[in-house]
Design a protein. Structure first.
Lengths: 57, 447
């Protein structure tokens, strides 16, 4: 499961743009992964300039 | 029942806000969709300077009128209110990665003494620009939908249907102003038809404690990261808020191995330029990641007009974004008035865009810096700085890349570093796509 570290996230939206599943949304300005849509391809982990998305157990 | 409008604008950046406000002024019923709720708060890294005062950019000669607090676009004939803070700057300097040599524009002191007349350009607050446009859009009755993600776009019968995350919208036309990684462009198939160059990422941060003999200049440093030799570029720009503050941009190829924050820390605290920063305090840091595509062949498909960064290869920049938003909106208003709800109805925008963008600039010139970085290494660049000649051209036009610095030095490079000359000559005769092939392969294209 991928979650976004909101302390690191700057809200640029790059992961939202480049997520192949459209599984990441900005909800009240907080970047959030939709667990049901996410297939854990980790594109967000690769593209994030500040390393905010992380794999959680 | 889907929400019915005359025009749906996707994205509330400079292009989208300008388009929405202009279309509403022309009498259209406009919906503006934006994923953020805080539209005027900038959360995506951006140079935040006005480009184009020094040179013709996108067929315009935009300048900032301090007195009237307006960005004036005299060629196209309109202006945009800007009431935020700004600061003039008077030149640019480029440093070798080791910090030992640099090249600069001429006459810094004279230009500073001339004030507005002598400036190269102006740094400003993008949030204040967006706030001004947002207020005008609201006054004109634009329906602004905040917190909406655009999931899909398609032609449904005579109309464009834009599927938002919690509502679907319909209109005769839509304007895609959703930026460099445009999902509208992706969903309409544009990215299957154009070349992909690379993905780049970066951060900007405001830092206090900056000390430099010529503070009111833009500084550029090309470098490679110390661990993986991934190309990096630093820009150090004046800040519109305080004299001892800098806006530092650290960018490079988007690569999971690269940590921009630690590269910024190295620049400020350890590297060859750290003496410029005295007890620096790092303020708000924002980031970006974006894909470099070739421009679209035509910014139109299925009654969607593409505007700003969504059309272009790298950045249409604030100037290009405002121009596109303005022109696209007027063109749509005219097509609706004439009830010409198809490509013929918006031909005015399509011919204008071709004339102002791909026919006006060679977009591949923008990639020359990256092609150079794909060709040479850090030692080569440090060496080249010791032999390059001539002042830096007094322009911010990213499509004007001077060749003369190296020209005069070629005999010396031939003598001292023949293998480097060979690499440079090969780069000159190789298509840029081929030189940058490894960068494209390492990227993340949203086809």
């Amino acid at each position: 499961m991928i979650t976004i570290n909101t302390k690191k996230c700057t809200g640029c939206g790059g992961c939202i743009d480049l997520c192949p599943q459209i599984a990441i949304f900005m909800i009240d300005d907080v970047v959030t992964v939709d667990e049901e849509k996410c297939n854990e391809c980790k594109m967000c982990v690769k593209v994030c300039p500040v390393k905010a998305p992380m794999e959680a157990a | 029942m889907d929400a019915q409008y005359d025009l749906i604008v996707a994205g509330a950046g400079p292009a989208g806000l300008m388009a929405a406000k202009t279309a509403a002024e022309d009498g259209l019923k406009v919906a503006l969709l934006e994923r953020k709720t805080t539209i005027a708060e900038v959360t995506r890294a951006c140079a935040m300077m006005f480009l184009g005062e020094d040179d013709s950019l996108f067929g315009e000669r935009m300048y900032f009128s301090n007195k009237n607090k307006k960005m004036v676009f005299p060629v196209n004939g309109f202006s945009v209110r800007y009431e935020g803070p700004y600061k003039n700057f008077y030149g640019k300097e480029a440093y070798s990665p080791d910090g030992k040599t640099y090249m600069a524009t001429e006459d810094y002191e004279t230009r500073v003494s001339k004030g507005d007349e002598g400036r190269l350009s102006v740094v400003f607050d993008k949030g204040a620009l967006l706030q001004g446009l947002l207020e005008e859009a609201e006054e004109q009755g634009v329906d602004i939908y905040r917190g909406v993600e655009v999931l899909d776009v398609k032609k449904e019968g005579e109309k464009v249907q834009v599927v938002g995350s919690n509502k679907t919208f319909e209109a005769p036309f839509s304007i895609a102003a959703d930026g460099n990684n445009s999902r509208m462009a992706q969903k309409l198939g544009f990215n299957k038809e154009r070349n992909f160059y690379c993905s780049v990422g970066g951060i900007n941060a405001y830092l206090t404690g900056f000390q430099h003999p010529r503070p009111l200049i833009s500084i550029m440093i090309m470098d490679w990261d110390r661990n993986h030799r991934i190309p990096l570029i630093y820009y150090l720009l004046p800040s519109p808020y305080a004299d001892d503050e800098r806006m530092v941009f650290v960018g490079g190829l988007a690569d999971p191995r690269l940590d921009y924050l630690s590269e910024l820390d190295y620049l400020v605290n350890e590297g060859p330029f750290s003496s410029w920063f005295v007890n620096p305090v790092i303020g708000k840091t924002i980031s970006c990641v974006r894909n470099f595509w070739a421009p679209v062949a035509e910014p139109f498909k299925d009654n969607v007009l593409l505007a700003g960064d969504a059309t272009w290869t790298q950045e249409a920049e604030i100037t290009g974004a405002l121009l596109c938003g303005w022109k696209a909106a007027h063109t749509v208003a005219n097509a609706i008035r004439l009830n010409q709800l198809n490509r013929d109805g918006v031909m005015g925008y399509l011919t204008w865009w071709k004339k102002s963008f791909p026919e006006f600039h060679n977009y591949k010139a923008f990639f020359r810096t990256l092609a150079m970085m794909a060709t040479i290494n850090r030692d080569d660049l440090n060496y080249l700085y010791t032999v390059m000649q001539g002042p830096v051209l007094f322009t911010l036009n990213p499509y004007t890349v001077p060749q003369h610095h190296l020209q005069g030095a070629l005999p010396r490079i031939q003598e001292e570093r023949p293998e480097l000359l060979g690499k440079l000559q090969k780069m000159q005769t190789t298509p840029i796509e081929e030189t940058m092939a490894s960068f494209a392969k390492a990227g993340f294209p949203n086809r």
